[in-house]
Design a protein around this ligand. Structure first.
Ligand code: PHE
Length: 342
């Protein structure tokens, strides 16, 4: 009996020395120590050993079994730590949950706005973030050295463009796409532009150097200020609820005439006055106006034949109002504790 056990032990240890991964190890364990395994059979046979030898044989067999089991366990641990281990895959195990991301809150607002304007027949256009001084300023009626340039703190790029001129800026607004679109598509034209814009701002809870805007413009025959008011009022109601009202007050933007600052009734206090609206009941949201004839001309459109309106919203501002957050910098700050709340 003892000899049989010793032989089997030798065979098992020999096989174990060849084991290279836990899949093979598992097969060996089942083959020798499993319920119908070779070693298990021997343990069962001990019942047939002559009574005077039975207890010694049993003791010996158990010692050997423990020794072998220990060897198996040691190897199991060793393989589990190794990255090259080949394991059996249990297809019945529940899968590991994969974390799925979600759209950034600004992207969510962007899509919402794109949907609103798409439903009214506006195309969604795009334009470059690294822009020429020409499209960002000059073409839209802001000549070099004009004081209106001070309205937007600009990142001027200290590199020549492809024609060797120092003409590059990070676009300060999506209005830079107006003339590009006119030249490309002509009139009539009905489009919005969403995208990232950049300003050399001193940062605080309301100012970021990188933020998002949506620009809209419509150019056609017989377009007047009431069309502009109508669309801005409608967008306000869609974004902030049907009871939202708009008021428009004069504001200077070089690329529109007349220019206006659109304010909506505060969506927190509904016009009563609170901290968000600085007790006025109104929130300053959108810059707008009738497109300046010089801008139409730069876009190759005859201002005597066509008129148009243009407007620009800050998407960060809309997100801030929608989610009532007090620091605009959180949106691009990269802190997932903030972002994952949306
Ligand atoms: N481009 C302006 C800004 O960034 C907003 C605006 C767009 C104003 C269109 C009037 C017309 O402040």
């Amino acid at each position: 009996m003892q000899e049989k056990i010793n032989n089997l032990k030798k065979e098992i240890l020999d096989k174990l020395s060849q084991a290279k991964d836990s899949r093979f190890l598992k097969e060996l364990e089942v083959f020798y120590l499993g319920r119908k395994g070779e070693f298990t059979k021997i343990l069962r046979d001990i019942a047939n050993v002559a009574p005077e030898e039975r207890s010694a044989a049993g003791k010996f067999a158990n010692e050997v079994k423990n020794e072998i089991q220990k060897k198996f366990n040691e190897l199991k641990e060793k393989f589990e730590e190794s990255s090259e281990d080949v394991k059996d895959i249990d297809v019945s195990l529940p899968g590991e949950k994969i974390n799925i991301g979600h759209l950034h809150p600004i992207t969510q607002i962007q899509y919402e706005i794109e949907d609103i304007f798409n439903s009214m027949g506006f195309a969604v256009l795009d334009g470059p973030e690294l822009e020429s001084d020409y499209y960002n300023f000059e073409a839209i009626n802001i000549p070099p050295h004009h004081p209106a340039r001070d309205m937007q703190d600009t990142f001027y790029i200290d590199l020549p463009n492809k024609d060797g001129e120092n003409d590059l800026v990070m676009r300060t607004h999506t209005s830079s796409v107006q003339v590009r679109a006119m030249l490309k598509h002509g009139a009539p034209l009905k489009a919005i532009v969403t995208g990232r814009v950049f300003r050399s701002e001193a940062l605080d809870v309301r100012h970021e150097h990188t933020f998002y805007q949506v620009e809209g413009f419509l150019i056609d025959k017989d377009i007047n200020f009431s069309h502009l008011k109508g669309i801005l009022e409608l967008v306000g109601k869609k974004l902030f609820g049907p009871e939202t009202e708009i008021r428009m007050r004069p504001k200077f933007y070089p690329f529109v005439e007349p220019g206006t600052n659109g304010e909506y009734t505060c969506n927190i206090c509904h016009g009563k006055g609170c901290n968000l609206c600085k007790k006025t009941g109104w929130l300053e949201i959108v810059g707008a106006g009738m497109i300046h004839p010089n801008v139409l001309k730069a876009g190759g459109i005859d201002p005597n034949e066509y008129q148009g309106y243009a407007f620009g919203f800050g998407l960060n501002r809309l997100a801030q109002l929608k989610y009532n957050t007090d620091d605009v910098r959180l949106f691009n700050g990269g802190d997932l504790r903030f972002i994952n709340q949306f």
